[in-house]
Design a protein around this ligand. Sequence first.
Ligand SMILES: Cc1cc2nc3c(=O)[nH]c(=O)nc-3n(C[C@H](O)[C@H](O)[C@H](O)COP(=O)(O)OP(=O)(O)OC[C@H]3O[C@@H](n4cnc5c(N)ncnc54)[C@H](O)[C@@H]3O)c2cc1C
Length: 308
Amino acid sequence: MTILVLAEHDNATLKLDTAKVVSAACAIGGDVHVLVVGHQCSAVAQSAQTLQGVSQVLVADNSVYEAHLAENISTLLVDLAPNYSHILAAASSFGKDAMPRVAALLDVAQLSEVIAIVNADTFVRPIYAGNALATVQSHDAIKVMTVRASAFDATAVGNNAALTTLDKVFEAKTQFVSQSLTVSARPELGNAGIIVSGGRGMGSGENFGMLEQLADKLGAAVGASRAAVDAGFVPNDLQVGQTGKIVAPNLYIAVGISGAIQHLAGMKDAKVIVAINKDPEAPIFQVADYGLEADLFDAVPELIASLG
Ligand SMILES: Cc1cc2nc3c(=O)[nH]c(=O)nc-3n(C[C@H](O)[C@H](O)[C@H](O)COP(=O)(O)OP(=O)(O)OC[C@H]3O[C@@H](n4cnc5c(N)ncnc54)[C@H](O)[C@@H]3O)c2cc1C
């Protein structure tokens, strides 16, 4: 059994999610390889070589792969697929873009958002917005999976896996035009240790400035409920929940968020949940480790002041 993990990176730095997906791959058992596809990405390949449990890192380094277009990556993965029993990627925007194409081209069923490995062909994944867990068995010869990275600890570093360079280049007709990225000095929502999240109760985008101040004091990322996003308070890349980001920080502070199941689906695995809400009946208090029944416009400034 040989397992291939598709690395996620920006051509300079390997994302932590890859180390978590490697942990999932190690739980399956067998040889674990990591595929780094990109351009001028040798530093990423070197980081991948250090991941414990990885026996080989494959590198496809070409200008064609610079923008990480799923059309090119999926064709490369399909070419490599006959050597592998499993192909894994994080259930991030990147993984969710590439892997369904791989599964379709191989004519196998994708296993999505896997959160636990039972054995080499049986996996656990959430359904109904995380309200039920399905244990699914795959009979496909090659198992194409996305892994919910927040469900696995990152594998340790300190390894020195072998490096193999891939020469074949796969170029689809799709052309990369441009991308506009949100530039933020705060940690990335998906990997943040602390998240301060605001809901409709914030009342406006301007009031989110308060949460940004709190986040900066705590070294936290800022998140939001869908209602806050839909109301235009904040951009939709901050959305946490079933149709947003799935996060599992050490501390999640929910401010003016009611705690709808679709929101809980994205944050209930946080280690400590703090809720600030003026409604004692708000469902968020049922999952909160610490609940503060208060007006957020009093509580948040007090919290900021007390943090010095
Ligand atoms: C298919 C589907 C997918 C969805 N996906 C998502 C998702 O990914 N993420 C998500 O978040 N939602 C999602 N939703 C929407 C979800 O059902 C809720 O509508 C949404 O989460 C509500 O957001 P909220 O808690 O901010 O707003 P509300 O439910 O309106 O809650 C606002 C809260 O703020 C409190 N409040 C108001 N003023 C104050 C104050 N001054 N001080 C303190 N507290 C105050 C209120 O008591 C209330 O509890 C989805 C819905 C559907 C149908």
